[in-house]
Design a protein around this ligand. Structure first.
Ligand code: FES
Ligand SMILES: [Fe+2]
Length: 383
């Protein structure tokens, strides 16, 4: 019998990516070349490099990078390989002092040039101080207190971040105590994870008791335009009438935050590898994502509370009781998202190549993300 149901599918946008774009190793290899090498990646905060010559190790696009603070508050980003015979220069997650290779004890100056080379016998030091024998450097820049690196950036960080830059710089200076830091691998493609951060129609299926209970219905994301290739939006929460005295007290404490309190949830997805979200500027989640395989992504989570000046002992005690509740709530949300992303990846592994899917009106920002991805892949392939 013929299907007589009205077919509205043609008025809706199909996904711009197919199942293979999330499962094919060749696509990931192309993404590394065309996207990850050319875009800036958030890697950490100024406070991670509080001491002169301190450094931390991170991984971007499959490559380990040492981020180091050098003289005069400068920053350097070096690939973690010794140019002599390929030893990994550092193995610890962080440290301090001049970079020195443990294999044959070469050490390197702020610019990555060999500074000390023992065991040279008759070889002149200058023979080891060539560009070919220097540490490989990546670009590294700050936006406020946020540190970004890129292997071959198409443009300076300020141009890359555009109008988001000023907002992120302000936000970064208002971060207070770090209340949670952890990392995990998610069994899903990095694009599945990022697309999940730019729509909330899933709130009712995935977060019925957490996020869905808080947001105003109908759900309405207000996008911050002109931030391509990034995505930023704001969404309102249900008004909280009839606050109990303790809740009012907590509101009063947060009202003294360095960053003024704001309504609702504000989010930025920094293409291609980070998200920054805050609820009412009280708690901030900074998350990095780096692909490990087509179906595996490493995620690093850092949660901060707003910086508040002049806290009394009683106010601090109140925060010490409330913040863990907020943190546990955020962890639950993140876990719900991890589970759905892994489930989507499982579905993708079963999907026939011609299954195009559909983007509903509430998923327009997903379409925008997919378009950025297509544009970046095409541009990368042309250069
Ligand atoms: S491999 Fe580093 S000094 Fe030899
Ligand atoms: Fe979610």
């Amino acid at each position: 019998m013929a299907d007589t149901r009205p077919n509205n599918a043609s008025t809706l946008a199909a996904n711009r990516l197919g199942p293979g774009d999330y499962t094919d190793p060749a696509i990931l290899a192309a993404e590394r070349a065309h996207i990850f090498r050319r875009h800036w990646h958030f890697v950490g905060l100024d406070r991670d490099l509080a001491e002169p010559e301190s450094w931390f190790l991170t991984k971007v696009a499959g490559t380990e990078i040492i981020i180091q603070r050098v003289a005069g508050d400068g920053l350097r980003a070096f690939v973690n390989v010794c140019p002599h015979r390929y030893n990994a220069l550092v193995n610890a997650p962080n440290g301090r002092g001049r970079l020195r290779c443990g294999y044959h004890l070469w050490s390197f100056d702020d610019n990555g040039l060999a500074a000390q080379v023992p065991l040279r016998a008759g070889v002149a030091l200058e023979a080891c101080q060539t560009a070919a024998l220097s540490l490989r450097r990546w670009s590294v820049e700050r936006c406020g207190a946020l540190i970004f690196v890129a292997e071959q950036p198409e443009r300076p960080l300020a141009a890359f971040l555009g109008p988001l830059g000023a907002e992120l710089a302000t936000l970064s200076r208002g971060l207070g105590t770090e209340v949670l830091r952890f990392s995990q691998d998610i069994a899903a493609n990095w694009k599945v994870i990022l697309q999940n951060t730019v729509e909330f129609d899933h709130a009712f299926g995935v977060h019925p008791e957490t996020f869905a209970a808080m947001v105003e219905r109908p759900l309405h994301l207000v996008p911050h335009d002109a931030v391509a290739p990034h995505i930023a939006y704001h969404t309102r929460m249900k008004p909280r009438d009839g606050l109990k005295p303790i809740e009012r007290r907590i509101e009063d404490i947060f009202a003294r935050s360095v960053i003024p309190q704001a309504e609702g949830y504000t989010h930025a997805t920094l293409f291609p590898s980070a998200t920054i979200g805050t609820t009412a500027n009280r708690i901030f989640a900074l998350i990095r994502y780096q692909p490990l395989a087509p179906d595996r992504t490493h995620a690093e989570y850092r949660l901060f509370i707003s910086q508040i000046t002049g806290l009394t002992a009683v106010e601090q005690a109140i925060l010490d009781r409330v913040v863990p509740v907020d943190v546990a709530f955020t962890q639950r949300l993140l876990e719900e998202d991890r589970q759905i992303c892994e489930s989507v990846q499982r579905g993708l592994s079963n999907a026939p190549a011609d299954l195009a899917g559909i983007l509903m009106p509430g998923e327009s920002l997903v379409g925008r993300f997919q378009q950025y991805w297509l544009d970046a892949m095409r541009a990368g392939a042309l250069t």
